[in-house]
Design a protein around this ligand. Structure first.
Ligand code: GDP
Length: 516
């Protein structure tokens, strides 16, 4: 699989317009250089400022990564319990944000990208505390230095993976207990508070996921305090980037980095996340066998949440109704009328060789089976067997339906399960059209990597089938499902009109916000 699957490049832009650093080892991470063969397009060009920022980040990462004298110094300082250098008025050269795993794979990918964006904005270094279930999922993203936090024993903070439990050291708790404070204490009681507020602790936990225990993180005045704390241990399962835009201190930089707000996650995930070789083999072997032969690929991702389950018949109807509403899946009545069949899939494409591969990702086989029989009955024979796919053909139009796995249940603690899940996220992301499930981070990551605005199936809250089956996404950006609410920040006010032009309510969740 070391040559392009279509006999030519996808968009022929191997380093993504300079987004990816040159000169990294090709063999140890094949996906970094090969993914451009598989993506049909790369819709957003990175800004020059983003490229400069990334190169500066890489240099900083090399200076501060585990194994460097700077890192050893920072670990010593972490052991000491105080961010001492900051207290003396200087700033440590190396300050870190440590990503901690929380929740499923899609969630983790979203929080990794958000944490990286935060590291870019605050001149920190991103280190990932990867548990064994995630060890062989992604390549090292940065040239010449690791992003892995060395194993638990060497790191002075115990029980890292049981985070969220050490609330003693959570940022909000420290603020409430006045162990960190918002700047110079008032002169009158200077001595009373100075000792507790001027020497920041060496680390704090930040809970920025759906639990959002540290909503005050999104206030500029707290960002100034956090800036003095050398180690931030970040615990999130969400894409919190859209909420950073509402922090006045980050506003201008975000505008310069991403003139097109819709491109934030797309560019950063294409930069940061590269499936490791074992996963990439799963992806490319499957793609070449089942998806590459088609002229068009459609991804259908069906996620059923327990709190919003509905009967499978209703869910299947919702998918078909959504598809009709958004003109996505080929209609089956076309084959009955040869002229319509010749136009292929109801999309006005009159090519004679018009074939569609429908790739289904779901924990269950049910929807795949229904779609497969939809396109095979009754007039068409199977053109391709095995491999979890069924393909049907007429003389002018072929539709194949494929599913790679149906795992039945989530098993995030299992590496092989996660590798298969990651492979499916990438297979979905090679689609030209997508139907995804509302509220699913698995779907969010796929469509954003693809650079495709999906049709998002609306969630059956209270187990009621939604009246509108789906909505077309306004952007390829993921939704931040738990933005801070009712925050009263004391810092610089944010330009509300500008905010409303770039951040809006999500299609699938009225309490969520996203870039568009
Ligand atoms: P979310 O729960 O939909 O937001 O997505 P996550 O990725 O965070 O968590 C769901 C997890 O369930 C995934 O990481 C997989 O482990 C598993 N899973 C859910 N849907 C699929 C699927 O379509 N294919 C595979 N292979 N695994 C899935």
């Amino acid at each position: 699989a070391d040559d392009p699957p279509h006999g030519g490049g996808g968009h022929n832009n191997e380093l993504l317009g300079g987004l990816l650093p040159p000169g990294m080892d090709r063999r140890s991470c094949r996906s970094r250089y090969q993914s451009s063969w598989y993506y049909k397009h790369f819709p957003f060009a990175p800004s020059r400022h983003l490229l400069e920022k990334l190169r500066a980040y890489e240099a900083r990462h090399r200076r501060c990564a585990p194994g460097t004298p700077q890192y050893a110094r920072s670990i010593e300082q972490l052991r000491s319990g105080r961010s001492a250098a900051a207290a003396e008025g200087g700033m440590e050269e190396c300050r870190y944000v440590v990503w901690l795993p929380f929740d499923g794979l899609g969630n983790r990918m979203l929080s990794m990208v958000s944490a990286f964006l935060y590291a870019l904005l605050t001149d920190r270094v991103l280190l990932a505390a990867l548990p064994p279930d995630s060890a062989a999922l992604f390549c090292e993203p940065f040239p010449g230095a690791t992003w892995r936090l060395p194993a638990d024993d060497d790191f002075p903070v115990a029980n890292l993976f049981r985070v969220g439990q050490d609330m003693e050291q959570s940022y909000t708790r420290l603020v409430v207990d006045k162990k960190v404070g918002l700047g110079p204490p008032p002169a009158a009681n200077a001595t009373a508070t100075a000792t507790t507020t001027t020497v920041p602790p060496s680390y704090v936990y930040l809970s920025l996921g759906w639990l959002l225990r540290d909503g005050i993180f999104f206030c500029g005045e707290h960002q100034r305090v956090l800036g003095k704390i050398n180690w931030l241990l970040l615990y999130s399962d969400l894409y919190f980037a859209p909420s950073l835009y509402a922090v006045a201190e980050f506003h201008d930089e975000l505008r310069r980095l991403f003139p097109e707000k819709e491109s934030v996650h797309h560019l950063l995930s294409r930069y940061l996340l590269h499936p490791a070789n074992p996963v990439w083999s799963l992806v490319t072997r499957y793609y070449r066998s089942y998806l590459a032969p088609a002229t068009r690929r459609i991804g259908v991702q069906v996620r059923m949440f327990g709190f919003a389950s509905i009967p499978a018949d209703d869910m299947y109807d919702q998918i078909l109704n959504c598809s009709r509403q958004e003109h996505i899946l080929p209609e089956t009545d076309e084959a009955a009328t040869p002229t319509a069949a010749a136009t292929g899939g109801g999309h006005g494409n009159s090519s004679n060789n018009n074939s569609t591969a429908i790739f289904v990702a779901s924990l269950y086989a049910d929807y795949y089976k229904r779609l497969r029989s939809r396109y095979s009955a009754p007039r068409m024979g199977m053109a391709k067997g095995g491999g979890g796919g069924g393909s049907t053909s007429t003389s002018t139009r072929r539709v194949g339906v494929f599913q790679r796995t149906h795992e039945e249940r989530q098993a995030t603690e299992n590496l092989a399960h996660n590798q298969r899940a990651l492979a499916e996220i990438y297979l979905l992301s090679f689609s030209e059209e997508l139907i995804t499930s509302g509220l699913s981070t698995f779907g969010y990551v796929s469509s954003s990597l693809a650079g495709v605005r999906p049709a998002i199936l609306l969630t059956a809250f209270d187990h009621k089938v939604p009246e509108t089956p789906c909505r077309r996404a306004v952007s390829v950006e993921p939704c931040n499902l738990t933005p801070p609410r009712g925050l009263e920040c004391q810092g610089k006010p944010v330009d509300k009109e500008d905010l409303a032009r770039h951040v809006r309510v999500c299609e699938d969740f009225k309490n969520g916000v996203k870039f568009f």
